[in-house]
Design a protein around this ligand. Sequence first.
Ligand SMILES: Nc1ncnc2c1ncn2[C@@H]1O[C@H](COP(=O)(O)OP(=O)(O)OC[C@H]2O[C@@H]([n+]3cccc(C(=O)O)c3)[C@H](O)[C@@H]2O)[C@@H](O)[C@H]1O
Ligand SMILES: Nc1ncnc2c1ncn2[C@@H]1O[C@H](COP(=O)(O)OP(=O)(O)OP(=O)(O)O)[C@@H](O)[C@H]1O
Ligand SMILES: NC(=O)CC[C@H](N)C(=O)O
Length: 584
Amino acid sequence: MPQLRLAMNQIDSTVGDLAGNAEAVVRWTRHSAEQGAHLVAFPEMVLTGYPVEDLALRQSFVEASRAALKALAARLADEGFGELPVIVGYLDRSESAAPKYGQPAGAPRNAGAVLHRGEVALTYAKHHLPNYGVFDEFRYFVPGDTMPVLRLHGVDIALAICEDLWQDGGRVPAARSAGAGLLLSINASPYERDKDDTRLELVRKRAQEAGCTTAYLAMIGGQDELVFDGDSIVVDRHGEVVARAPQFAEGCVVLDLDLPAAAAEPVTGVVDDGLRIDRLVLSEEPLPAYEPELAGGYAERLDDDEEVYSALVVGLRAYAAKNGFSSVLIGLSGGIDSALVAAIACDALGARNVYGVSMPSKYSSDHSKDDAAELARRTGLNFRTIPIAPMFDAYMSSTELTGLAEENLQSRLRGTLLMAISNQEGHIVLAPGNKSELAVGYSTLYGDSVGAYGPIKDVYKTSIFRLAEWRNRAAVERGQTPPIPENSISKPPSAELRPGQVDTDSLPDYPVLDAILALYVDRDQGADAIVAAGFDRELVTRTLRMVDTAEYKRRQYPPGTKISPKGFGKDRRLPITNRWREQA
Ligand SMILES: Nc1ncnc2c1ncn2[C@@H]1O[C@H](COP(=O)(O)OP(=O)(O)OC[C@H]2O[C@@H]([n+]3cccc(C(=O)O)c3)[C@H](O)[C@@H]2O)[C@@H](O)[C@H]1O
Ligand SMILES: Nc1ncnc2c1ncn2[C@@H]1O[C@H](COP(=O)(O)OP(=O)(O)OP(=O)(O)O)[C@@H](O)[C@H]1O
Ligand SMILES: NC(=O)CC[C@H](N)C(=O)O
């Protein structure tokens, strides 16, 4: 059987940074070449970053991406890698499809290219476009209509891009029809809890349908609300796993594959879904047989809590780094939410880059101040205390505020203070709201909802407790000090905006609230269905009403890491002005 050494570069790239991303491709190609690779691959749209959103509609950016691709091909040859085929994702335009949105020339394509001998030797575009959840690819792209097949050292390699594997038909059966010995898909698949299991099953199923070894190359890193978790996978034609790369780690998976020889008479013409086979023959001759050195491997899997926590760390780190910030600022109440956000921030950026402020009011309990100070002591983050009582009194002496207005003033004073310190010292403010609070609007607009990034905005309160406990346990296992004070985990959640206030004054117990929210927010169930699932009718009506009337608040909330199939962001789009109310 012919052999091939494949290098799959599971790397990060930054949206819009064409020069920096091209540099990364050169650097990792050099590494792949040093490992003796015969074929080098990079993720979907690695050259532009992913997703580029409306940048795809800007002619100047499309042209810059095309020019950067050509320059990259030339540069790779100049660097001595001209003979090594390199597969790169980029943003292209169709020469033939009608322009979209009045653009002067060609519609955008989510494309891949084979770079060889200083040239762009073959290009292709994603055939199946995802248009659900966070994806809007029909808005941007026209689909590819070819089945690209690269012949290299006597092996036929069918090429695909991400969603091509997720939908039935198209390039998977076409790879079989074309007689491919390898199906190589380049991807940018955003992280969601448990999606790794779904992907593994998907790749195994598609390899069997394609009838050939299937390599799924994943992206790593973060972009705004999205995290890319890596976990590249190679399976053989029977669906058995050959290699699985680590989660949340950048790197290059190099492995020797035994692959069937391409047929002497290549299949040509149109195959499944009207895909026209587009062939690039680089070398017919199989390589001389060699003893496989690189058999692949199976990176250890993270357990569920560690996986979610890692995603939150990667998401925050990427947001800060890619937007040019090295430090963050957090209001520390001594409660579990701000404590978990601080722990995530310390893991993402290092404790010396994390700044915490305790801002006690006259209603703040001693434990809230002590627990915040204890968190700072355990983690080593920078800590200061600024009492808000004098500012509060100044306000109250100028205006007559009572009830909710008086309560919210405390939260707003803290928000204003945090933004003032941010302006003065250059740290970005982290908003500590969780998914349960965001769902029901349990936060003060321009108060505790201020900030640049919300690291836990897609994490329900019940999961906050689990993650905090996991993080402390992990520290003990590593022989380190657990970062989160036990008291922050065990005390009843409270906003402390009036004497003796606890969250359960206004909200159902979190396990019940989160269970209702999981049905309404994440699964779009109606009131009747939620009552039928065993919840109190009055409680369901009240909860759903809170969710509906908080839409305006969510729209004004900072972006934050998505970890669920339905985060508050692009996944869930509801009108703000909306008179539809679910009746239970
Ligand atoms: N549809 C709409 N479109 C645009 N704006 C709308 C609106 N409906 C109300 N508004 C505006 O929003 C204002 C009300 O919102 P807002 O000022 O935030 O106040 P509000 O939601 O009434 O109160 C904040 C709630 O969050 C709780 N809280 C605060 C702070 C921290 C925590 C915590 O534990 O984490 C909880 C607090 O106890 C209270 O129950 C109205 O005065 C009105 O101006
Ligand atoms: N005394 C305080 N000092 C500093 N920041 C505070 C203080 N009280 C509230 N905050 C900020 O406002 C956010 C909302 O806090 P609050 O205590 O009202 O509710 P919470 O949602 O239970 O959060 P937490 O679990 O962090 O206490 C906190 O996470 C914190 O960032
Ligand atoms: N980039 C893509 O095409 C991603 C779509 C795919 N369904 C995924 O989430 O992995």
